[in-house]
Ligand binder design. Structure first.
Ligand code: FES
Length: 111
């Protein structure tokens, strides 16, 4: 699995999503009290960025029509979206930098 450095842990605020281009893919990285999550930065309802969305309790609410997605699984928690969003593996720390936040673009299985 190849990992892409997306930042340092200190560069992320709790529940403040950050949109990052990872090898041409729009990825939303979110630091929460439960750890880091990475999902596609595209709402499955009308294809807008989720970066302006609101994060609470491990879910993100789309700013445009209010659909909600589970950050861990990508599953839809609230209409109008009906399709899940992609989730990616994210890890903190590697052998060289203990505060590095890295994302793998290999998509995780949806529930
Ligand atoms: S574009 Fe996200 S809920 Fe409609």
């Amino acid at each position: 699995m190849s990992w892409h450095l997306v930042g340092d842990t200190a560069g992320f605020e709790i529940d403040q999503p950050v949109s990052i281009d990872v090898d041409g893919e729009p990825v939303l990285v979110v630091k929460t009290n439960e750890g880091f999550f990475a999902v596609t930065d595209t709402c499955s309802h009308a294809e807008v960025s989720l970066a302006e969305g609101t994060v609470t309790d491990g879910k993100i609410e789309c700013w445009l029509h209010g659909a909600q997605f589970d950050l861990a699984t990508g599953s839809v928690l609230c209409l109008p979206a009906t399709r899940p969003i992609e989730t990616y593996s994210v890890r903190v720390g590697n052998s060289e930098n203990k505060t590095a936040v890295e994302v793998s673009l290999i998509k995780q299985e949806q529930e």
